[in-house]
Design a protein around this ligand. Structure first.
Ligand SMILES: *[C@@H]1O[C@H](CO)[C@@H](O)[C@H](O)[C@H]1NC(C)=O
Ligand SMILES: *[C@@H]1O[C@H](CO)[C@@H](O)[C@H](O)[C@H]1NC(C)=O
Ligand SMILES: CC(=O)N[C@H]1CO[C@H](CO)[C@@H](O)[C@@H]1O
Length: 378
């Protein structure tokens, strides 16, 4: 009988759609059922409630069971019945509905806004009545309360021998995977000019069929590795030129063996090893083309751009580990926040200093172009 009851409880847990991860030990989700929840929160284990969906999806980016484990554990649920017990309520910016925000708030409860999209992709209007109630930011901005990088290049524990000679066999040209053909950063105008001076093969929705559609990580890896057998350079051009905004395409390209040509607002020289990338915004399209040709005609110069691989490696899956950083931050006795209260919109929009490339200049971005702003399109 006892066993039957247990099975019944597991079943119940499943049906109410409660997602509970014990992030340190990955115990099954029965942890979250009533007896525990009706009591005062247990010693130190914090609870995070995902209030909204994530681009209409119930699945937020979270680690799988097999991914690396967090140093500090906490519970994650999307079941709103735990609102009153939650230490953090998280809102995904693009899914916020002002008619559907929590009606109550337990004292000390942190409300956090989550966005991996840059300011031109995050409607200001959505936040009107919520902005004054937010405590924390969870985003790709390095000065967020919880920083969520799209990737990282980290120092290797041990120097690795990398056979650079192989890379030189392949062709000179430039590849670009792109699905959002009209952007706020103006990369398409830059590439249009660049193409007058060097061959650029375009894949994705705005070009050939290759690499279209499926956005799962394995498919993407395959796609980039495939491109790396043919192309020396990859245009890691972001859809927006905004502070700190550098997406996984940069890290996928670096990992694949192509030399990334970056176009964006991240502080590249501080996040990447020197001589591991080329910054398009430091060149005109014509002079960039010349630079790329020069590099690819000199084996030693070309190899200089791959040498970083001996001492550094690309760390992926970093987006999913935001929850670990959040759980860790919740351990602090006194919780702090990054932006000053009531200054949230200034912090997000103004401090991001978004820009647009236009006819050879980089100018401040103003909301004039209506950019296609679908989730999966970068
Ligand atoms: C969170 O923000 C609310 C609204 O501004 C504020 O009243 C509350 O004190 C903040 N909580 C913490 C822990 O900072
Ligand atoms: C992450 O990197 C490892 C090793 O570089 C690779 O085997 C794996 O496929 C990558 N995973 C993703 C999701 O990109
Ligand atoms: C490093 C690399 O990608 N080398 C490739 C160059 O092209 C040949 C032929 O297509 C491939 O076999 C190599 O793997």
């Amino acid at each position: 009988m006892g066993k039957l009851k247990y099975i019944h409880l597991i079943f119940m847990t499943g049906t109410v759609g409660l997602i509970v991860f014990s992030l340190s030990r990955w115990r099954p989700s029965t942890n979250g059922i009533k007896p525990v929840w009706s009591q005062v929160p247990q010693s130190g284990r914090k609870t995070v409630l995902l209030w909204t969906r994530y681009f209409h999806n119930i699945h937020w980016p979270l680690p799988n069971r097999n991914d690396e484990k967090c140093k500090f554990s906490c519970r994650v649920t999307s079941n709103r019945k735990y609102l009153a017990h939650s230490d953090v309520v998280a809102f995904h910016w693009r899914d916020i509905d002002l008619n559907d925000v929590p009606k109550s708030r337990k004292p000390g409860q942190i409300w956090a806004i989550f966005s991996l999209e840059p300011p031109p992709q995050t409607p200001r209007e959505i936040l009107v009545s919520l902005k004054d109630h937010l405590n924390w930011t969870i985003s790709y901005r390095r000065d967020s309360d919880v920083f969520v990088p799209y990737g990282r290049v980290i120092k290797r524990k041990q120097k690795k021998y990398v056979k650079l000679a192989n890379f030189f066999e392949n062709t000179t040209s430039v590849s670009w995977v792109v699905s959002n053909c009209k952007t706020t950063g103006g990369r398409e105008d830059y590439v249009k000019e660049l193409k007058k001076h060097i061959s650029v093969d375009i894949f994705g929705e705005c070009g050939d069929e290759l690499c279209v559609g499926k956005s799962n990580a394995m498919f993407r890896n395959l796609c980039y590795n495939h491109l790396a057998t043919k192309y020396r350079f990859y245009l890691s051009f972001e859809n927006s030129i905004c502070k700190d905004y550098a997406t996984e395409k940069l890290y996928l390209a670096m990992d694949s063996g192509m030399i990334p040509v970056v176009f964006g607002g991240a502080d590249y020289k501080n996040i990447l090893p020197s001589d591991s990338y080329i910054d398009a915004l430091k060149y005109s399209p014509a002079s960039l083309a010349k630079h790329l040709v020069d590099i690819s005609q000199d084996k030693l110069v070309y190899q200089k751009y791959l040498k970083w691989k001996e001492n550094y490696e690309v760390q992926n899956r970093t987006v999913k580990s935001w929850i670990c950083s959040l759980c860790e931050k919740l351990q602090a006795v006194k919780l702090t926040q990054t932006y000053k209260p009531n200054d949230f919109l200034k912090w997000w929009f103004d401090d991001a200093k978004c820009q647009t490339w236009k006819n050879g200049d980089v100018i401040a971005y103003h909301k004039t172009t209506k950019a296609k702003s679908d989730a999966s399109l970068e």
